[in-house]
Design a binder for this molecule. Sequence first.
Ligand SMILES: C[S@@+](CC[C@H](N)C(=O)[O-])C[C@H]1O[C@@H](n2cnc3c(N)ncnc32)[C@H](O)[C@@H]1O
Length: 260
Amino acid sequence: MTETQVKNVFRATAPFYDLDDRDVTRDDIPFYIEQAAQAGGDILELACGTGRITLPLARAGHKVWGLDLSREMLGEFERKLSGEPPEVRERIDLVHGDMCDFDLGRRFSLIFVPFRSFQALTLYEQHKACLDSVRRHLADNGRFIINVFKPYTFLDESWIAEETQDLDTVDPRTGFKVRRTHIQREIDIDRQIIQADLIYYVTRSDGSEERLVEPLTLKYFYKDQMRGLLLSRGFEILGEMGYYDGRPIEEGPELIFVCG
Ligand SMILES: C[S@@+](CC[C@H](N)C(=O)[O-])C[C@H]1O[C@@H](n2cnc3c(N)ncnc32)[C@H](O)[C@@H]1O
C-alpha cells in the first residue's frame, strides 16, 4: 500500500493534530509508560504519528522506534524532536512505512498500536498482514498492545450525524485560532466501515481563514471480533480493559488488549 492509496494519514491537518485535548489523549500516555517500564527493552510504536506517545516514552528513558505511513505526521514529529535534548533524540528511530508490511530487522519487547490507529486498516488482508508483521518483530515473552474504540452499541445509520464542533482553541505555537468540527458521513454496516470528516477552521494572526478537511475511513470492531482476530493470528490475550485506568473491558469506552 502506498501513501497515496490511503486515507487516514492526516495529510492536510498534521500541524493541528496535537491540539486534540480529549481526555483519552492524556490518559493513554501514563499507561504506555507503565507498560514500557514493565517490558524493559526496545519498543516499537506502529502508526506513531506526531510522537504524542513516542516522545514521552523516550523522555522516560526508553529506546523507541516509531513507524508511520504519513510523511506529514512524521514531519511534525521531527519538528518536535529538534527541540528535544540530544539524549532524547538519540533514543528515537523514525521509520516511514506501512504497518501492514515492514521489516525492521530486529525484535522488540513491546509493540503497540495506540489510539485506534489499527482502524485505519479496513480490509481483513491488512489486519492479518499487520498482526503477522507484529508477531515477526516480537521478542520471546514480548508484549503487544492494541487499542480500538468500542462501538457504544450495535452501529447503524443512526450513527450518521451533521457537523458538530469538538474543539475551539488557540494554537500555542502559532497563535492561530483553530476550531474543529466533524461530520459522521457514511456507514457501511456489512463491512463495519465508517466515513467521517474532520474539519479544521484556522484563523491566522493576519485574519485570513482556511478550512481544511481530513477524510477518515475507519473499520470498527466489536469486542469478540477483536478477540477472535488476535487469537486467530496466534496471539495470547493476557489482559483486556475498557480504559487506561484498567477498568473491565465491558465498562469503558475503549477496547484495549494486552497480548503475548
Ligand atoms: C490517530 S493517529 C495516531 C497517532 C499516534 N499514535 C497517537 O496516538 O497520537 C493515526 C496514525 O496512523 C497512521 N497510519 C494510517 N495508516 C497507516 C498505515 N497503514 N501504516 C502506518 N501508519 C498508518 C496515520 O498517518 C496517523 O499518524
